[in-house]
Design a protein around this ligand. Structure first.
Ligand code: FES
Ligand code: FES
Length: 210
């Protein structure tokens, strides 16, 4: 029997059955996977502390990536996609990703609570090729709030981090291979994912509906 949903957590395949369709990606990461890098701040989509990246096959480009707030994203929506968290950025040899290194060098973190979320938004910029324009950086970081560092050093980190080159053949191959893997993984459609796609599942609004 086909599992409810299948997705990649980083590079590792996950097949879930009988999950609570209202479980958020944030709760899944912290409570089920015990990955605590993704933080819970507001738990209602305002602060960006829970920012993660979702990648999905996108025709010619191979993969399309976008940041989402894990606190308001339900786990069934991950079917056929790749979920990336701050834990996936560090290299196997322990070295920091360029966006993390840039945050260190600009002193872009004080208490650190917002930092994983900012790092994931910076990583999205990096995946998109990097950005130096202040307005575009502001837009990319608009969903992330910091209460203590201030935004100047983080914006400087965004400028300094650079990005993957559009003509990087190794990266292009990686994205194409990943898209094929994801597409093959979910050819027949998972139960909960189909319910969501068809609009047959909705979140209860009152406790009486639970
Ligand atoms: Fe604040 Fe998710 S915890 S946006
Ligand atoms: Fe403390 Fe941003 S470093 S909230």
């Amino acid at each position: 029997m086909r599992p409810d949903i299948r997705f990649l957590l980083g590079d590792e395949e996950r097949s879930l059955r009988n999950i609570d369709p209202q479980m958020t990606v944030l709760d899944y990461l912290r409570l089920e996977e015990r990955k605590s890098g993704t933080k819970e701040g507001c738990a209602e989509g305002d602060c960006g502390a829970c920012t993660v990246i979702i990648g999905e096959p996108n025709g010619d480009e191979g993969m399309a990536y976008r940041t989402v707030n894990a606190c308001i994203q339900f786990v069934p929506t991950l079917d056929g996609k790749q979920l990336l968290t701050v834990e996936h950025l560090k290299s196997k040899d322990g070295s920091l990703h360029p966006v993390q290194q840039a945050m260190v060098e600009t002193h872009g973190s004080q208490c650190g609570f917002c930092t994983p979320g900012f790092v994931m938004s910076l990583y999205q910029l990096w995946l998109d090729g990097g950005e130096e324009d202040r307005g575009a950086i502001n837009d990319a970081l608009a969903g992330n709030l910091c209460r203590c560092t201030g935004y100047g050093p983080i914006i400087e980190a965004a400028r300094n981090a650079g990005g993957v080159a559009a003509n990087d053949t190794a990266e292009q191959k990686r994205r194409t291979d990943l898209a094929i893997r994801l597409t093959n993984m979910v050819k027949d459609g998972g139960t909960l994912a189909v319910e969501h796609a068809a609009g047959r599942y909705y979140a209860p609004r009152t406790s009486d509906e639970l």
